[in-house]
Design a protein around this ligand. Structure first.
Ligand SMILES: *Cc1c(COP(=O)(O)O)cnc(C)c1O
Length: 422
């Protein structure tokens, strides 16, 4: 791979080789990360990066798009198969761009949006004040119930009646429970609002049928394509035929120029893998492993937001059990032994978002490496030991050994070894 660069660009080659080694020798517990297969990497690193293909298959603004058309149609057809959507646009450069396109298609400048607040697990692209969405729309936020950590649909409905939003957003970055898409659609309908469901994190779980799908329920469904679905990096919008033209125009020229056709190829490669029978089993194991992790942490005395998980991560809340520990410190302590995850705010967060009182620990990536319940239990044990005694040198040393063993037992990007074995 990166060795191809070394004769011409040593500096960059070294950085890429180092990054490959970092990924091989650490474990990603970042809930939004995954390890792409060699096929996805090859597609994303392909000559399609050279091609301009503004427009849609068969209706481009450039000549020479016949193979770009094939690739985009493969990606879109496979996405339709996976999610059962009427219409798919696979061109958004990212999940954030997919959301921008959805808002642009459905709203006028100054219209109002109701979405989950950041500290409760919402995403920046749903109306953070310094984002385009926050700047150009009138954004209000709902929260989660501070006691249960769960969405309170009655409270959201009451707030929606009060705010009368033009658009209601569901789908989150750090909400550990299933979302009732029908309820959210009913709330949107009751106030005449559009409903955008953002399954950024949940793509693989929804595609495999282990989490309910908002496709066919919400007006528009948006997502990233590199998280639990493990395809090429980027975003995607799905909708009924009635919104198809508006969405396509909102993606281009609304908020993008030429699509990243190499990323579209990466999406096609990843969606192919997600259509193979092994993928559903993978998604089930992601959930099983998250449940094992959550159970274990709870038994070791950690509080979890909402008390557990229905999804691919556990969200630890340190406030009561470990009041001196912050999310930022926990992130550093784990990173020091090769466990890469991210600090998180918790509902009712007293600390700044750059510090946080929580930690989000996800299983999509380690499950791709082959983790089952035993390995996850060993991992959970080490995480709990470290968080209980962040300054104990012996604990750290043991943790490093366990991480090294697990990386060796579940190798990544070994010569000849495939990450994904469909
Ligand atoms: C990750 C995420 C996004 C943004 O995706 P990017 O591809 O990073 O822009 C949007 N919405 C939700 C809910 C996410 O979790």
């Amino acid at each position: 791979m990166p060795t191809d660069l070394s004769p011409v660009d040593d500096e960059l080659a070294r950085a890429l080789t180092d990054e490959r080694e970092r990924q091989r020798e650490t474990l990603s517990l970042v809930a939004s990360e995954n390890y792409a297969s060699e096929a996805v990497l090859a597609a994303q690193g392909s000559v399609l990066t050279n091609k301009y293909a503004e427009g849609t298959p068969g209706a481009r603004y450039y000549a020479g798009c016949e193979h770009a058309d094939e690739v985009e149609e493969l990606a879109a057809d496979r996405a339709r198969d996976l999610f059962g959507a009427d219409h798919v646009n696979v061109q958004p450069h990212s999940g954030t761009q997919a959301n921008l396109a959805a808002f642009l298609a459905l709203l006028d400048a100054g219209d109002s949006v109701l979405s989950l607040d950041l500290t409760s697990g919402g995403h920046l692209s749903h109306g953070f004040e310094h984002s385009l969405v926050g700047r150009h729309y009138d954004v209000d936020h709902y929260g989660v119930d501070p006691e249960t950590g769960r969405l309170d649909y009655d409270a959201i409905e009451a707030q929606a009646r009060d705010v009368e939003p033009d658009l209601l957003v569901s789908g989150y970055s750090a909400y550990p429970r299933q979302v009732d898409w029908e309820q959210m659609q009913a709330i949107a309908d009751s106030v005449g609002a559009y409903h955008v469901a953002d399954i950024g994190h949940l793509t693989g779980l929804v595609a495999a049928g282990v989490h309910p799908s908002p496709v066919g329920v919400a007006d528009v469904v948006t997502c990233s394509t590199h998280k639990s679905i493990r395809s090429g990096r980027g975003g995607m919008v799905m909708c009924d035929e009635e919104y198809a033209d508006a969405i396509d125009r909102a993606v281009m020229p609304g908020c993008q120029g030429g699509p990243l056709m190499h990323s579209v190829a990466g999406k096609a490669a990843g969606f192919y893998e997600a259509l193979q029978p092994g993928f559903d089993e993978y998604a089930r194991r992601v959930l099983d492993n998250a449940a094992v992790l959550a159970d274990h942490l709870r038994k070791r005395g950690f509080d979890l937001v909402s008390g557990g998980t229905d999804v691919h991560f556990a969200l630890v809340d340190f406030r009561e059990s470990h009041p001196d520990l912050t999310g930022a410190t926990a992130e550093d302590v784990l990173a020091d032994v090769g466990l890469v995850c991210n600090k998180q705010t918790v509902p009712g967060e007293p600390r700044s978002p750059t510090v946080g009182s929580g930690l989000r620990i996800g299983t999509p990536a380690v499950t791709t490496r082959g983790f089952g319940e035993d390995a996850t239990r060993r991992l959970a044990e080490v995480v709990a030991d470290l968080l209980d005694a962040p300054d104990d040198a012996g604990v750290r040393e043991n943790a490093r050994d366990v991480v090294t063993d697990l990386c060796r037992e579940f190798p990544l990007y070994e010569d000849g070894a495939r990450v994904v074995d469909p």
